[in-house]
Design a protein around this ligand. Structure first.
Ligand code: PMP
Length: 285
């Protein structure tokens, strides 16, 4: 990803893609002091752009720093880099972090907060699983308690176990891993929320210790518009056996059917397909 033509927005201006570098003593590289967003543009327009910019600023606040750009400035910067890319359908990655400077210990009050936005093409996140249903491994790692870490921030530190779990899942031939939380309830995948269908009703974990994804919120709205009951609640892993359908939601993942979790199998059913198609229509409307 580093060696290509193009431009990246960095600290207020567009810079050459290959020259968008930071110093080795960047605080974030050592201590995970960074927050980010994953967004998608469809037909040249970023879906829920403002909500993503607001969440980025909120994530920074939750991990203790302030992004030196307002939501309006972030919006303008995203549009600038998207236009410069010439792409209509694109993935947008906004990132803010504690940079290099006076401090090199755990404290970083004197270092600048920096920000960048890169845009590139990113097709279906789970490849052909989007059609036939993804296979998920169950991670041995648990989503941590809200008393351990700011669980609602989209912050780099929370992704350490995601990368580890996803690598382990891929080594077993799975597309992704599903986390249980610190209490043993079903939580989410490494970069997407999860939904289940049973007897015409939908069940999804209460996001009390992980990201309440924007796609998750959009899909819940779509289900409610269809008068389909949605239960946001604690789900025990034993319940997986009784669910008929399952899908993942996320900006990158969009709506991706799940065919298997561990030994449990699910059909890629009518509701899953309809929600996936409706989501596709909505983001492009
Ligand atoms: N959980 C995690 C851990 C994620 O990384 C993401 C992707 N941002 C999501 C859930 C889904 O969030 P969204 O729908 O806002 O992209």
């Amino acid at each position: 990803y580093d060696d290509r033509d193009g431009q990246i927005w960095m600290d207020g201006k567009l810079v050459d893609w290959r020259g968008a570098n930071v110093h080795l003593l960047t605080h974030a590289l050592h201590y995970a002091s960074s927050v980010f967003e994953g967004e998608r543009a469809y037909n040249g327009k970023i879906f829920k752009s403002r909500e993503h910019s607001e969440r980025l600023r909120k994530s920074a606040e939750l991990v203790g720093f302030e992004i030196p750009y307002s939501v309006d400035e972030i919006e303008a910067a995203k549009q600038q880099v998207l236009t410069a890319s010439g792409l209509k359908d694109a993935y947008v990655r906004a990132l803010a972090w504690r940079g290099a400077g006076e401090d090199m210990g755990v404290a970083s009050a004197r270092n600048p907060v920096r920000m960048a936005i890169a845009v590139w093409e990113w097709g279906a996140y789970y490849g052909d699983a989007k059609m036939k249903g993804a296979k998920l491994d169950i991670s041995k790692w648990k989503r941590p308690s809200p008393e351990t870490i700011p669980v609602h921030a989209k912050a780099a530190g929370l992704y350490m176990i995601c990368t580890m779990s996803k690598h382990e899942a891929e080594a077993k031939g799975c597309s992704d891993a599903l986390f249980m939380d610190y209490r043993g309830y079903v939580a989410e995948a490494t970069g997407a929320n999860i939904f289940f269908v049973k007897d015409g009703e939908v069940h999804t974990p209460d996001p009390d210790c992980f990201l309440n994804g924007l796609t998750r919120q959009t899909v819940i709205g779509m289900l409610k518009d269809r008068q389909i009951p949605v239960h946001e609640r604690h789900i025990m892993p034993e319940e997986l056996e009784g669910f008929e359908q399952c899908w993942l939601t996320g900006t990158a993942a969009e709506v991706t059917p799940v065919g298997q979790i561990g030994d449990y199998t699910f059909e890629v059913g009518a509701l899953t397909r309809e929600i996936a198609e409706d989501y596709e229509k909505l983001v492009r409307s």
